[in-house]
Write a protein that binds this ligand. Structure first.
Ligand code: FES
Length: 316
């Protein structure tokens, strides 16, 4: 089953890839604001540029007149970027006003995004912040004095929690609070962190520890992994082998296969024995080094989250 995109997402994506009039894919030469967010290493990345109509005396009253993006990403990343550029140009925002555009505004403009694609809208809002910081330094505007809660560049440096996606602890802390993320699955959907090998989920100082600390939750057990398993997916014992098989097939069809196909990969379910899932994984041509094992771990993580976290995946 493909992702369920709104009509607006489909229309924006189709118009953008055809280069229809009024779309924004591209790059402004010598822009007034330049920002990037994301990583090219097996993920999404967005480069965002804008031009302003300069106010003769007060740079804080500059108006964004033109916005463009380049993205290495999927349908949602392109549609989110189009939404961002359209909002800025249509509403003739100043760069400082533009900082108030949130990922929720982009999702609303798009008529919704699949939960697993929310990170595309977050990427747009972050690239915009980075571009506004660039504009501010060129125009001599002290952003920290005007909108201190929107200046994060230095604060986001720090200990890397998720090595697969190079996501730091300060960034995670900020986004968990800003976006109200309450579970590892929500973090992964919004930020991609935790979406690879899963090592950062329950290690000391990992995602679950950050969630627990930020939301002041506590677990009754002395093992974080066991506690989370009990909270979320203690289901295999309640399912018959037939039910377990059906559940796994459904998750593969509805969640995993569409996700892999977005990157020209695929999955074929071969067999299920107890909690071991045997499958054949088709890797996209020109995938990154270690891509096969990463894909296996992504499948295992998704089955863990949606079916039972004791499931192990073997690629054959
Ligand atoms: S270290 Fe976070 S998913 Fe691999």
């Amino acid at each position: 089953m493909p992702w369920e995109y709104s009509d607006k997402v489909v229309q924006l994506f189709m118009d953008a890839v055809k280069g229809a009039a009024g779309t924004h894919m591209g790059e402004i030469e010598d822009p007034d604001g330049y920002g990037e967010h994301g990583s090219m290493v097996c993920g999404d990345t967005l480069r965002f540029t804008f031009r302003v109509e300069k106010h003769p005396t007060d740079p804080t009253r500059d108006i964004i007149t033109q916005a463009r993006y380049l993205t290495f990403g999927c349908t949602s990343a392109i549609a989110s970027s189009e939404a961002l550029c359209t909002l800025l140009e249509q509403e003739r925002k100043t760069p400082i006003e533009a900082l108030q555009v949130s990922n929720e505004d982009l999702v609303d403009f798009l008529g919704g995004l699949p939960e697993q694609k929310i990170h595309c809208s977050v990427m747009g809002a972050e690239a915009l912040q980075s571009a506004v910081a660039d504009w501010a330094s060129k125009r001599g505007v002290d952003l920290a004095a005007i909108v201190p809660d929107k200046v994060h560049a230095d604060e986001d440096e720090g200990r890397v929690v998720c090595k697969c996606y190079s996501v730091t602890e300060p960034y995670l802390r900020r986004k968990i609070r800003e976006l109200g993320l309450r579970s590892i699955a929500e973090i992964t959907h919004a930020l991609k962190a935790g979406g690879g090998c899963t090592a950062c989920h329950h290690e000391p100082g990992g995602l679950q520890d950050l969630l627990d600390e930020i939301w002041a939750t506590s677990h009754e057990t002395d093992d974080a992994g066991q506690a989370t398993a009990a909270e979320t997916h203690d289901t295999a014992g309640e399912l018959s082998p037939f039910q377990l098989g059906r559940r796994i097939e459904t998750v593969i069809d509805d969640s995993i296969r569409p996700m892999l196909r977005e990157d020209n990969g695929d999955i074929e379910l071969i067999d299920i024995k107890d909690n071991i899932v045997y499958c054949r994984l088709l890797e996209p041509p020109g995938g990154c080094p270690g891509g096969a094992d990463r894909t296996r771990l992504i499948v295992e993580r998704q089955l863990g989250e949606e079916v039972d976290d004791r499931i192990r995946v073997i690629a054959i």
